[in-house]
Design a protein around this ligand. Structure first.
Ligand code: NAD
Ligand code: GLY
Length: 359
């Protein structure tokens, strides 16, 4: 097992990464109070809930559960309320812990519930998708969707601990694994050319779910995210680098309708558009763009998106959260492994980069 820390002063917390981790011993120091609410969903609970429930009960804690339906479409206020219902019906008080057992949807919802319930209780993340292990469980962004926008209602709520168990990835569908690999590739492209070389050497093993390689990829990804979050917890600057490919990807997801393409798939094509634009700006070489495409392809991710009318694509991009004072900012690459946040890009070249990477 490897451990790394998100250094946030008094709110510093560990991320445990390994296989067949023992929740009883690893979580014991981080469970506050006597009451633990495990929030999961109808897919993950039959696979892993009993193990966590028994491990925590063995610590002498009272465990209650809240099992939500599975899917992004349930990441809303109505289903958030079910978590509050469960907490109140179980008679939980301010000194309780909410544990998220699932992917990013469950992590975001349970985290937000823990930020709101009685003005804030303790929170633990047990991410069970690769995407949630490398991204959503770390850094404290939590929330729900609003009919008018994704992730529009939320709070920063850092967990006490993150437990990322590679054994749980065995049951993950292939497409979800690839979506997680997209975010892994993102860390390499935005900040670590050495990691990119490592991914080029090990992508086949990652796709075949080699647990040691997955643990290494999760560790290196989380190390990047932890460093960035420690420097810029509330996204005043550097943290926006984590959105490489996301502004283009957001337009793809919005046009296709959320759920049609997975987030990681849209981000994959978004990263290619960002690389292509960086090339057109004279920052990346044609070989760099090809390298970006190759690694994405090897992770079984799409490299082009369906044809989307340009005016609609641009309109969706303009709704991105990185629009500041009416000006779109993009995360582009000065080199592979060195991203920047910039509003200094040529809009005509951006249009070319979008059109060049559609079917
Ligand atoms: P998800 O939570 O919907 O999980 C994907 C699917 O895999 C679901 O059907 C889920 O039930 C299933 N699943 C989960 N673990 C499994 C396992 N071990 N075995 C088998 N099936 C399993 O999706 P996700 O990709 O994990 O997360 C996406 C969500 O995360 C989005 O809502 C996104 O907004 C959010 N997100 C948040 C942040 C953040 O910083 N908070 C960052 C990125 C994404
Ligand atoms: N997923 C981007 C962030 O946590 O900031």
């Amino acid at each position: 097992m490897q451990t790394l820390y998100v250094e946030l002063g008094e709110r510093r917390y560990p991320i445990f990464i390994g296989s067949d981790l023992n929740p009883q011993s690893l979580l014991a120091p981080y469970i506050h109070g006597q009451q633990v609410m495990i929030v999961s969903n109808e897919t993950v609970a039959p696979l892993y809930l009993e193990h966590y429930q028994q491990s925590i009960q063995a610590l002498g804690k009272t465990v209650a559960t809240c099992i939500l339906p599975d899917g992004e479409k349930y990441k809303n206020s109505e289903h958030l309320n079910l978590i509050f219902d469960a907490l109140l019906q179980a008679g939980f008080n301010r000194d309780c812990t909410v544990l998220a057992l699932g992917g990013g949807v469950i992590g975001d919802m349970a985290g937000f519930a823990s930020a709101c319930f009685q003005r804030g209780v303790y929170f633990i993340q047990v991410p069970t998708t690769l995407l949630s292990q490398v991204d959503s469980s770390v850094g404290g962004k939590t929330g729900i969707n609003h009919p008018l926008g994704k992730n529009m209602i939320g709070a920063f709520q850092q967990p006490q601990v993150v437990l990322a168990d590679m054994s749980q990835l065995d049951t993950l569908p292939d497409r979800e694994l690839s979506a997680g690999l997209s975010e892994v590739i993102k860390y390499a492209l935005l900040g670590d050319s050495g990691f990119l070389v490592w991914l080029e050497q090990n992508m086949d093993g990652l796709v075949q779910r080699d647990a040691h390689l997955l643990a290494e990829a999760v560790y290196r990804s989380c190390a990047h995210k932890a460093r960035i979050v420690a420097n810029d917890e509330k996204e005043q600057g550097e943290r926006a680098l984590l959105n490489l490919g996301h502004t283009f990807g957001h337009a793809i997801e919005s046009y296709l309708g959320y759920g049609e393409w997975l987030h990681g798939e849209a981000v994959a094509v978004g990263m290619i558009m960002a690389a292509d634009l960086s090339h057109r700006m004279g920052w990346l070489s044609a070989d760099d763009v090809q390298r970006t495409k190759n690694i994405i392809l090897r992770a079984n991710l799409p490299v082009v998106c369906p044809k989307i009318p340009l005016d609609q694509f641009l309109s969706y991009m303009s709704h991105d959260k990185k629009v500041l004072n009416g000006q779109l900012r993009l995360v582009l690459m000065k080199q592979l492994g060195k991203a920047v946040i910039t509003k200094e890009f040529d809009v005509e070249l951006m249009k070319q980069a979008i059109l060049a990477n559609q079917r």
